[in-house]
Design a protein around this ligand. Structure first.
Ligand code: ASN
Length: 314
């Protein structure tokens, strides 16, 4: 990069880091992290360290979109999500959570969406032998606890953002993906979110549009026992999760159905053959949650070193 360009970028970063806005957002974010950990520990969860590199990670929509390299002669990828490590960690633990940095190469067009960063952190959790209902209730109680705590401890910061945040009413409403898609079509997430005054669960996604690891519903073949949580007021998707496939044969079939090269998942498949527990869980994006709680328009204003798709980032 030319020296002039470096100076120009540095000026922008310096100004951003010195602003009141980022200072207040990071203070709220710190309280979000603290109160989430406090709630989960009380519920019996154990926090584990995040995994940064591994031979296996979430394939997301396309397993070929990845950052991979070889180290000591072995192939590694940077974590896109810790979905498999969460599931595998349940061999040791009954309930786990982690604040997991995820790197996802988002297309450049998403830089103006207000809600995409190519490096973000999710609070990812998983519970052995859990069903979706239990995880929905946990997600609701977690969100309510975080919002109550932040309203109490970060009044000054929320006033700075002029944010009058309501404590959501539980239980949250539930809508089926099929019905929402029929009504709003492709842009369903934004359109639904803009109409909402309270968070809503979007449930039962069709098998073709999700990754292979969420469990197919026996009573509704072709649909999954999974969910997203949609924030109100246009803030969009908050979290994703579901019950998981855990039986070797079923996992194998689901990977094959996606036409994914089995060698990507050889370690995971070997572990599944030895036995995984049934489980369910979700991951909630911390920057998106900060954006919603503070009422910030652009996600890059929620963290100190934001990674904006297509842009140089420190
Ligand atoms: N964390 C999500 C889950 O638990 C997976 C993801 O981030 N893609 O289902």
């Amino acid at each position: 990069m030319k020296e002039e360009k470096i100076k120009e970028k540095t000026d922008k970063i310096y100004e951003f880091l010195s602003s009141e806005k980022i200072k207040n957002a990071v203070k709220v974010q710190s309280e979000i992290i603290r109160s989430a950990g406090e709630f989960l520990r009380k519920e019996g969860f154990i926090e584990i360290f995040p995994v940064i590199i591994s031979p296996i990670t979430d394939p997301l929509a396309d397993p070929n979109v990845k950052i991979s390299f070889s180290l000591y002669g072995y192939p590694y990828q940077i974590t896109k999500s810790m979905i498999f490590h969460k599931q595998i960690s349940l061999l040791s633990l009954e309930k786990m959570f982690t604040f997991s940095p995820n790197l996802r190469i988002e297309p450049e067009e998403k830089k103006d969406s207000g809600k995409h960063l190519f490096e973000f952190t999710q609070l990812d959790l998983e519970v052995r032998n859990a069903r979706r209902e239990e995880i929905l209730s946990l997600g609701e109680r977690l969100l309510v606890h975080i919002i109550k705590s932040v309203k109490e401890s970060s009044k000054k910061e929320l006033d700075f953002f002029r944010r009058k945040l309501k404590i959501p009413k539980t239980p949250f409403g539930k809508v089926k993906f099929k019905d929402v898609y029929q009504k709003y079509q492709k842009n369903y997430e934004d359109l639904l979110s803009r109409e909402l005054g309270e968070p809503v669960w979007l449930i039962d996604f069709p098998i073709e549009i999700r990754e292979f690891y969420d469990r197919e519903d026996k009573s509704q073949p072709g649909y999954l026992v999974d969910m997203d949580l949609i924030f109100p007021e246009g803030y969009g998707e908050a979290l994703s999760g579901g019950e998981r496939e855990f039986e070797y044969e079923k996992i194998l079939k689901r990977i094959q159905r996606k036409n994914i090269d089995l060698s990507y998942f050889s370690f995971y498949l070997e572990i599944a053959k030895k036995g995984l527990y049934p489980s369910a869980g979700f991951g909630i994006g911390i920057e998106r949650l900060t954006r919603y709680i503070c009422g910030i328009e652009r996600i890059e204003e929620t963290k100190l070193f934001p990674k904006i798709p297509g842009e140089f980032s420190l």
